[in-house]
Design a protein around this ligand. Structure first.
Ligand code: NAD
Length: 269
């Protein structure tokens, strides 16, 4: 029940009907007896500028989760960014301070890492292949590097995206070994698909089937795609005996990070 006294958080994107955060947060708020609620906002791009001004003046709003396609555009309109959000040029969560200032962070990578740790994966000293160097792939790569990854291989049909991410990582993590070529998967401790390949009813794989035959059965194979839960890539990895991590597990592991940044949940929920 939303009352006059209810404090709000929001999630903004377009489209918005597919997001799971409102039911996840509202269930948690209700189960814990908090007078808080999350609203989904499907916003047109032309309203972004006035939206950020409205957030600054919205007294009973604690924060806002940001999803596609506004993660980059909103990052440039806030009053302060975490180091990782500034480096990535994108935010997926905003906190409204008591004085109306808007601070942004990007916890996509922290969510991914949290889920991977639950599968027993430790980044420190290990190597990873990140397939897809867009918004989410960049956030994952940054979080892995921050956690002490020794070697990262980046793959994306966009040479510009690989170059841009390589530069961000190289500047911030000079000790990280960065590669863009590979002919086998056997040396990787983690292989992650951070591209949309495999979404919906597609049977497409983000890596050639022959290459997947080189996977070690100890390699953690992860996907960011949430629907289907087990993507064609994860099916193949499971057949090879590899541990797998789904996009839904990554999304779930992010909830505490999003809620804690907005000040409405503890980090562990
Ligand atoms: P984006 O458009 O910023 O990046 C996608 C990247 O994938 C692009 O750089 C593109 O060139 C690349 N790509 C496309 N085909 C490829 C291929 N065959 N091999 C390698 N790279 C390829 O998108 P994004 O915001 O990074 O989102 C990517 C996916 O992550 C979406 O499907 C989104 O729904 C999902 N996502 C999941 C979570 C989660 O918590 N599980 C969170 C956010 C986004």
């Amino acid at each position: 029940m939303i009352r006059g006294s209810t404090e709000l958080v929001a999630i903004v994107g377009s489209p918005i009907a597919q997001v799971k955060s409102p039911e996840n947060f509202n269930t948690w708020f209700a189960n814990h007896g908090h007078d808080l609620a999350m609203l989904p906002i499907d916003l047109q791009a032309m309203a972004l500028g006035t939206f950020t001004d409205t957030l600054r003046g919205w007294h009973n709003l604690r924060g806002c989760v940001v999803t596609v396609p506004y993660k980059q555009a909103l990052a440039s309109q806030l009053d302060g960014l975490s180091e990782r959000a500034a480096a990535l040029g994108s935010v997926n969560v905003i906190r409204r301070q008591g004085d109306g200032r808007l601070l942004g962070d990007n916890v996509d990578g922290a969510g991914f890492l949290g889920a991977a740790q639950q599968h027993g994966f430790q980044a420190a000293g290990n190597s990873a292949l990140v397939v897809g160097c867009g918004g989410v792939g960049s956030a994952i790569a940054y979080a892995l590097a921050e956690a002490g990854l020794a070697q990262i291989t980046l793959s994306d049909p966009s040479v510009a995206r690989v170059g841009a991410l390589g530069e961000v990582l190289g500047n911030r993590f000079p000790e990280l070994e960065i590669a863009t070529r590979y002919s086998s998967l056997e040396d990787f401790d983690l292989v992650v698909n951070a591209s949309p390949v495999g979404m919906g009813n597609s049977t497409e794989l983000p890596l050639p089937a022959a290459l997947l035959e080189t996977l070690r059965p100890t390699t953690l194979v992860a996907d960011v795609v949430t629907s289907p839960e087990v993507t064609p890539l994860l099916e193949k990895a499971r057949e090879r005996g590899c541990p797998i991590q789904t996009g839904a597990q990554m999304a779930f592991a992010q909830l505490g990070h999003l809620g804690a940044f907005m000040g409405v949940t503890p980090l562990e929920i």
